[in-house]
Structure formats: C-alpha cells, structure tokens
Design a protein around this ligand. Structure first.
Ligand SMILES: C[S@@+](CC[C@H](N)C(=O)[O-])C[C@H]1O[C@@H](n2cnc3c(N)ncnc32)[C@H](O)[C@@H]1O
Length: 270
C-alpha cells in the first residue's frame, strides 16, 4: 500500500489531535531507549508525521532531520517545534523510499510506524542503511499482529455485518499490519544489509473513557483507520457507533476501557 501524500495531508489535523497522542506517543521512549543517543548524534527521521518521536529525541541529539512525504504533517510538526522553541530540528519533505540525503551522513536513522506503509518497505530499509555512517544504528517500529491490537479488533467487529453486502474485514490486510511478521521483517533487514538485528515486542495500554473517544479515532481521516470505513456511507454511522458501543461492553463490560496495542521494535547496526 502507498497512500498518496494528499491522503496524509488530509489526516494531519486528526493525527495531531488524536492519533499521535493516543496511538503512537507512548512508543517514542521505547525507540529512544534503543538508539543509544548522545549529544553528538546527527539523526535522520523518516515518516516523522506530527513529531511524536522527533520532539522526544530533540533534547538528546545534536541535530535531527525530520522527513515525511506529507507537507501538512510536517507543517504541524513545525508548529509544535516553534511552540517549544526547539531549534536543532530541520524538516524536509521527501519519500522514505528515495531519500534526498548523502550516503554515510547520519549517526542514527529512525522510523516510527511508517515503513510498513511504504509501497516497497525494502527500499525504505535500504535507504535508511545507505544514509548511515558505518558506525551508525537504525531503530524502527511497526505494529505487531492484529490479535495484539485491541482497538483495531473492536473496530473490525463493529463493522462486521453492518450492511447486508458487507464483506468480512480481514485485519491482516490493513496497511498497518503489512510488516507484523517478525521473521519477514528480519529477512528484509538482512537483505537491506543490516547486522546485529534485534526485534523486541512492546505493549502499551491506553484508557478510553467513553465510546466517543474511540469513535473519533475510527472516523479520523488517517488512512489505516479510514480503511475500516471504505464503502460505508455516512447514513450507517449512527448504527456503526451503536455497534461499537455494544462490542466494547460485551468484551470489556464497562467504561473506561484499557486497550492494549503491541509493537515490534527493531534495532540494528549499519
Ligand atoms: C502512521 S504515521 C506515523 C507518524 C509518526 N512517525 C508517529 O509515529 O506518530 C505515518 C507517516 O508516514 C508518512 N508516509 C507515508 N508514506 C511515506 C513515504 N513513502 N515516505 C515518507 N513518509 C511516508 C505519512 O505522511 C505519515 O506522516
């Protein structure tokens, strides 16, 4: 899957307000832990989005080049950097599959929840390795399998059977899960030339006080979430929200819900 930059442009506000804080922010520390950052490090970040990882790295690194394919996502990130008076981060629009960066020019290369969305993830991995100095290190995260992502399971079961001609959703086909197989991921990392490849699984729990909090995520324009609503007309939204509420109560009895999501975090030497 390769969503166009335009689709991510449309998602930038939802991402800034909802998706980053609720789905990806908790993992930034897990990536940083594995980066061995020092104040001398130059870092390339690919698919930086609205900067959940960028902002956490900024105080620990010398310089960061934060890149993304979407202007609007980078615009939102720039706004956050200005607000915090962070001045060691540059942003630049570029595809992670074809980086406009010199070879062997960074100490660290990172990508949080981006590479599985690329049309050819192997190209993204090869590019990350190309731009690293021989002593460099890459750290990447992707989502683990759908059975370890409770929110996505709730969304899929709420959508199932909603309309008479609705085909059952196969969560493994959601773009968020295209690199959930750790053996495949390790093979790709090796093919890209990395060594000392280590893959950990990390889970976080997030609280949801009401169905409204989940609903605002489901209807966000973020491509892997919009995937659930493709082909579902707005006239079905009230019924879908009611079904989502029922699914929440049948699986978890009462609100607030604590939903877990699991990621694979890959660290490797160039
Ligand atoms: C799920 S968001 C992750 C954002 C951020 N890293 C985070 O974890 O919150 C995926 C990001 O990948 C970007 N993206 C998608 N395809 C890309 C590509 N081929 N090259 C660079 N960025 C891409 C999108 O614009 C979006 O900002």
């Amino acid at each position: 899957m390769n969503e166009s930059p335009f689709e991510w442009d449309l998602a930038s506000n939802d991402y800034l307000q909802q998706i980053g804080p609720r789905l990806t922010r908790d993992y930034a520390g897990d990536l940083i832990e594995r980066m061995n950052l020092s104040p001398e490090c130059s870092v390339l970040e690919v698919a930086a989005g609205t900067g959940e990882l960028t902002i956490e790295m900024a105080v620990r690194a010398k310089t960061i080049l934060a890149t993304d394919i979407s202007d609007e996502m980078l615009g939102a990130l720039q706004g956050r950097l200005q607000k915090r008076r962070i001045n060691n981060v540059l942003t630049s629009k570029m595809s992670g599959e074809l980086l406009d960066c010199a070879s062997s020019s960074f100490d660290r290369a990172v990508c949080m929840f981006g590479i599985m969305l690329f049309e050819a993830p192997i190209k993204g991995l090869q590019e990350l390795r190309r731009v690293l100095r021989p002593t460099g290190r890459a750290v990447i995260s992707v989502w683990s399998t759908p059975d370890h992502f409770e929110m996505m399971q709730l969304f899929a079961s709420a959508v199932a059977g909603l309309c008479p001609d609705q085909k059952p959703l196969d969560l493994t086909k959601n773009p968020a899960f295209t690199l959930s197989d750790s053996a495949k991921l390790k093979r790709l990392m090796k093919e890209a030339g990395f060594s000392n490849i280590c893959i950990d699984t990390v889970s976080h729990l997030k609280n949801f006080a009401s169905v409204d909090e989940l609903w605002s995520i489901l209807i966000s324009a973020t491509p892997p979430l919009f995937w659930f609503l493709e082909g579902i007309g707005i006239e079905h939204h009230n019924e879908l929200k009611r079904r989502l509420h029922d699914q929440c109560l049948s699986k978890f009895v009462r609100f607030p819900l604590q939903l877990s999501s699991e990621a694979l975090i890959i660290s490797a030497d160039a």
